[in-house]
Design a protein around this ligand. Structure first.
Ligand SMILES: [Zn+2]
Length: 113
């Protein structure tokens, strides 16, 4: 058992060291897997961030108790106060989504040498 696994690792190392097509395929597969495993968390983080921002843009604050609500509710589920529609329209008119800016910060990930 132990001997077999050692032989297997030697074979893999041998294939990787030799410039054969199989070694290149193995390297490509390993590189692709590494790239995917790095990209998936980044992608999920981006999607989560966008979802959070969309959710945040749809939230309003109750004037009476200060709890966060979805903007299309008519009354506060916490304290029962009526949510005035005028306030929602005013806030949406003063800051339309098309004029909103999103600050994107460029970060140096340290790939320079
Ligand atoms: Zn409330």
């Amino acid at each position: 058992m132990q001997r077999n696994s050692t032989f297997l690792w030697l074979l893999v190392a041998f294939l990787l060291l030799l410039p054969t097509s199989l070694g290149r395929v193995l390297l490509d597969v390993a590189g692709g897997l590494m790239l995917v495993s790095l990209l998936i968390p980044l992608l999920l983080t981006g999607l989560g961030w966008i979802g959070w921002k969309v959710l945040q843009s749809k939230m309003i604050t109750c004037q009476v108790c200060g709890s966060n609500l979805v903007s299309n509710t008519l009354s506060c589920p916490v304290c029962g106060a009526k949510i005035s529609n005028d306030l929602g329209q005013d806030s949406s008119n003063s800051a339309p989504a098309s004029s909103a800016t999103i600050d994107v910060k460029a970060e140096d990930v340290g790939l320079n040498e």
